[in-house]
Design a protein around this ligand. Structure first.
Ligand SMILES: O=C(O)CCC(=O)C(=O)O
Length: 242
């Protein structure tokens, strides 16, 4: 659904947006089936749960998913996501392959994702999309976001070394439970983190990063950016001036 002015206003102030529609069930089944294979075959590159043996049940993260199977690109460029992104980033949108581009598998017992903000407020706006392959709940350690923290007019380390539960950030954060197939968009400057997975199942979500094309870049071909909507226009001042 195209974003209303009201939805855009809330995104600008809170820093996040929950897309009201879910991705189709058939696509979710294919995503999960490919992901099952990637996990059971332990296809690298992987990140493991700390201190655990390297077996499929202890995979924390599958990295570089866009080059694993076309189904991940299908999800990342789905019209449901693009329509919402367009309201926030305009018509010319790039998907980054060197930012995020992973699946958080979060197996049972998976440890905290500690507080962090992916970008600084002075960086070019980067929107993170979390696409939920499985339902995310308070019990299985759903993400917590600190609304408004993307605007911070104060210095704060992007990766504060604080206890997850005893941090000020925890008290200021909101848990964001999401359904299977749900899509959460947030400004990557927002502080976020997530709890321990206390359930008996995994809690999988795809993480992807999007930016609008930098209209002032003269060099248009960047191998780490995939144009998924619009065009790579140049809107600087060409010289000689026409
Ligand atoms: O969903 C989560 O557990 C945190 C997601 C996150 O911060 C990431 O994938 O970079």
């Amino acid at each position: 659904m195209v974003l209303t002015d009201e939805a855009i206003w809330y995104f600008k102030h809170s820093g996040f947006h929950i897309v009201p529609e879910c991705l189709p069930k058939e696509l979710m089944n294919r995503l999960n089936s490919v992901t099952d294979d990637q996990i059971s075959e332990m296809v690298e590159p992987l990140v493991w749960e700390k201190g655990k043996e390297h077996s499929p049940g202890n995979i924390r993260r599958l990295s570089k998913i866009l080059s694993r199977d076309a189904v991940y690109m299908e999800a990342g460029s789905h019209p449901t996501i693009l329509e919402s992104l367009e309201g926030l980033l305009g018509p010319n949108i790039e998907l980054l392959t060197n930012k995020h581009n992973h699946i958080m598998v979060r197996p049972p017992g998976s440890e905290f994702v500690y507080w962090h903000s992916g970008e600084e407020p002075y960086n070019y706006t980067l929107i993170t999309a979390l696409i939920y392959l499985e339902e995310s709940t308070l019990e299985n350690g759903c993400i917590r976001i600190v609304p408004g923290s993307h605007m911070r007019p104060f210095q704060r380390s992007r990766r504060p070394s604080e206890s997850f539960l005893e941090s000020d950030l925890y008290n200021r954060s909101l848990p964001v439970p999401m359904p299977r197939g749900g899509i959460l968009l947030f400004n990557d400057c927002c502080f976020h983190g997530s709890g321990v997975n206390n359930s008996t199942g995994s809690r999988r979500s795809i993480t992807l990063g999007y930016r609008s094309h930098d209209a002032h870049d003269v060099v248009k071909e960047d191998p780490e950016k995939i144009l998924i909507s619009g065009e790579r226009i140049y809107t600087g001042h060409p010289h000689p001036y026409r």
